[in-house]
Ligand binder design. Structure first.
Ligand code: SAM
Length: 286
């Protein structure tokens, strides 16, 4: 069987992915090689530098994955894995792929849990999807107790798989509107990355538009239907002085601050992400 260098395969794949508008074609090509070979990206780069080859079978398998990516299937659905902070989550059809910008949003909740003086501070992640935020809280603040709520059957199944081994994390299948009544008044931090895209604002990227579940994306005419419910529910869950953290779209900061302030929250404040776009709003329960 003829051999091909991995470097040549990566070059051809990156060109193919660039041709169809995949945003980071070389990175994706290298990560797909990593998936085929069971290697991290640094190790893939080392095989390229060494001029390593692979057999036709591996090359064909790689080409099949590249064509799926060229059809704009999310890289994380192809590999079945999504990185989040120090974690790697299992993901696939039916669950929202966790995003890098959410890693920084989670930090607000982690800092608040760490700063909390109680023995076992309680954190709640409403709209948990794959369980990414909840699992980050539970593992990075091991003395906390974390509760995660998810409505979708499919997403809940992914979250169950991802969170099964976290002893301080309880996953609840249900609507955030009436979830966890037994915790009312006792929670230190409520965090949520809710659906917030306005119904008529179709996302540009096909990976998002065609593969993230509609229930994870759309939040009604102005995108804030779930945020309104979240504000009401979090007011009851949190103890006085507890922190609410909401991820949102870059143009929604002012509306969300106004909405929270009208609901009675204190010190509503919007924070930018690393690209200087408004990304999260925090507020304190009076
Ligand atoms: C944008 S995704 C965020 C997922 C995850 N927290 C993350 O950051 O990757 C929003 C999630 O909220 C869930 N969801 C939508 N409406 C909900 C509701 N009323 N109650 C609970 N979960 C809901 C969706 O199914 C989806 O998994």
């Amino acid at each position: 069987m003829p051999e091909q260098t991995i470097a040549a395969a990566v070059r051809a794949a990156a060109a193919r992915l660039a041709e169809v508008g995949v945003p980071d074609p070389l990175v994706d090509a290298e990560l797909l090689v990593g998936h085929v070979r069971g290697l991290g990206r640094g190790e893939v780069q080392a095989t390229i530098l060494r001029g390593d080859s692979w057999d036709e079978e591996a090359g064909q398998r790689f080409l099949g994955l590249v064509e799926r990516r060229a059809a704009r299937e999310p890289l994380q659905h192809i590999t079945g894995r999504a990185p989040f902070r120090h974690l790697e989550l299992a993901v696939g059809p039916g669950v929202f792929v966790p995003r890098p910008e959410t890693e920084m949003v989670a930090q607000f909740a982690i800092d608040a849990l760490v700063a909390d003086a109680s023995e076992a501070p309680i954190g709640v992640d409403l709209c948990t999807g794959s369980g990414a935020i909840a699992l980050a809280l539970a593992t990075e603040v091991p003395h906390s107790r974390v509760f995660a709520v998810e409505l979708s059957d499919d997403a809940h199944a992914w979250a169950a798989r991802n969170t099964a081994s976290a002893g301080n994390l309880t996953l609840v299948h249900g609507d955030l509107a009436d979830a966890l009544p037994e915790l009312d008044g006792s929670v230190s931090v409520v965090i949520s990355n809710p659906p917030y895209v306005p119904d008529d604002a179709l996302p540009r990227d096909p990976e998002v538009r065609l593969h993230d579940p509609a229930m994870a994306l759309y939040g009604g005419p102005d995108g804030l239907d779930i945020v309104r419910v979240l504000s009401a529910r979090a007011l009851r869950l949190l103890r006085a002085g507890g922190l609410l953290v909401i991820e949102h779209g870059e143009l929604q900061g002012r509306q969300i601050r106004d909405l929270l302030t009208a609901d009675g929250w204190r010190a509503a404040d919007t924070h930018p992400d690393l690209t200087h776009r408004d990304r999260a709003t925090t507020a304190i329960r009076p």
